[in-house]
Design a protein around this ligand. Structure first.
Ligand code: CMC
Length: 391
């Protein structure tokens, strides 16, 4: 074997060539297929961005119409899958449920995915059903009647309807709220080789089916250092609100090297400046709250925390700025998404990115099964000791 270079956390390792997403961490730039995230957030829809990521180009009118028909055709979830939902303990985390259910899809749709049209159907099925399954798990966890998808509604409006349609709706779903969700999902749609996407590429490299591959991505995203941070941010802000911890105390706790606590929603492996997604999300908080005529004390706390942290020497020296998760929870809370489901919202948004990255890797003739090496630091050869002689 040749010389092995250790790179814990793959900080300096490039794992693939990709033409999907461009990031510049110093300047805070993010582009999907060359298009700046700011332009997509302003003009695109999540459905269109998903097409862009997966197919590599913006769709024509005809293509987007066809895509919408396919999304509608595949939006229902097999009725037998409902029994699974019914049998999870009520307190189960929706991320665990989602990754199990996505994995289970393989048993319900056991087609081969090596034919181009089959891949297209599998991809559309996933995009559409994951949204239905997420809303279904919410409804069932509350003991409410499941709401079916409606072909007359857009991707995002459909999701909100499946979540909140009931005789006691929290609010009337309108264009502005649908737009907020569109933007939230566009901002999450891809982020090059992050932990969950790398999981998708690694698992996919073994040529396992797409459902199991995506299920692995969902599992990775669940972690509080990754997609779970949006939920952790709300916990941190609520602590300030409810337990009287001061903003300064949180900043000090984050700096304390004897305390494993981290300031959630701050810092990023790639961005060493303000996360461009966080800028858009921060503005979105004000738009959504004013649209719904709500005020959220957590937003004021978040803004104050940001101000104090950005002036602090530790945060300045470590290049720690707000990331996408810092403000996203406030938007989600305002539109009625329970905190426990925040990471599920991230997962639905990231799905087009995972699929695009998986597709790129399996289409690449030079790709190989992922198989890193290690530097062994265990004992040299030792003898097997029979149990009666062991101490
Ligand atoms: N609070 C306090 N200190 C921090 C933080 C933070 N949020 N983030 C990084 N640091 C410090 C860290 O202690 C280390 O200090 P030192 O060099 O003195 O030991 C230094 O900054 C570098 O940290 P690192 O852990 O080596 O950096 P990383 O690139 O491995 O970690 C990160 C990136 C996002 C995991 C980390 O910044 C973090 O834990 N942030 C909080 C969790 C979070 O918000 N995650 C969401 C990320 S964005 C969305 C997503 O990708 O899912």
């Amino acid at each position: 074997t040749g010389l092995i270079t250790l790179d814990p956390g793959f900080v300096n390792t490039g794992s693939c060539k990709s033409d999907i997403t461009f990031m510049n961490g110093e300047k805070g730039i993010l582009r999907y297929r060359g298009i700046p995230i700011e332009e997509l957030a302003e003009h695109s829809s999540f459905r269109e961005t998903a097409f862009l990521l997966i197919r590599g180009i913006l769709p024509t009118q005809k293509q987007i119409n066809r895509f919408s028909v396919l999304l509608n055709d595949h939006s229902l979830v097999h009725e037998d899958m409902r029994d699974f939902y019914g049998n999870f303990p009520r307190a189960s985390h929706p991320m665990g449920i989602l990754s199990s259910m996505v994995s289970a899809l393989r048993s319900f749709y056991p087609y081969l995915e090596d034919v181009e049209e089959e891949i297209d159907i599998t991809v559309t099925r996933l995009l559409s059903k994951v949204r239905t399954m997420a809303a279904m798990s919410y409804k069932m966890s509350r003991g409410h009647r499941v709401v079916y998808p409606r072909p007359d509604l857009s991707y995002c409006a459909n999701f909100l309807n499946m979540m909140f349609d009931s005789p006691v709706k929290p609010y009337e779903i309108d264009e502005e709220i649908v737009r907020a969700l569109d933007v939230f999902w566009i901002l999450h749609a891809d982020h090059e080789q992050n932990c969950s996407t790398s999981a998708v590429r690694i698992v996919g490299s073994a040529m396992v089916n797409l459902y199991s591959t995506i299920s692995a991505g969902i599992a990775a995203l669940w972690g509080p250092l990754h997609g779970g941070a949006n939920q952790a941010v709300i916990g941190m802000l609520s602590e300030i609100l409810k337990e009287g911890t001061t903003v300064k105390q949180i900043v000090e706790r984050a700096k304390d090297k004897n305390n494993p606590f981290r300031m959630f929603g701050f810092g990023h492996r790639v961005y060493k400046t303000y996360d461009p997604r966080a800028k858009i999300m921060k503005k979105m908080c004000d738009i959504v709250l004013s649209r719904l005529k709500l005020s959220d004390p957590l937003l004021d706390i978040a803004k104050e925390l940001e101000e104090v942290a950005l002036k602090d020497d530790y945060f300045i020296e470590h290049n720690l700025y707000p990331n996408v998760d810092f403000y996203s929870g406030i938007v989600l809370r305002a539109i009625g998404i329970p905190t426990k489901m925040f990471t599920v919202m991230f997962a639905i948004g990231r799905l087009p990115g995972w699929i695009a990255q998986w597709k790129e890797s399996i289409d690449d003739p030079s790709s190989k099964i992922s198989r890193p090496r290690q530097i062994y630091i265990g004992p040299r050869q030792t003898k097997y000791v029979p149990i009666e002689e062991r101490e």
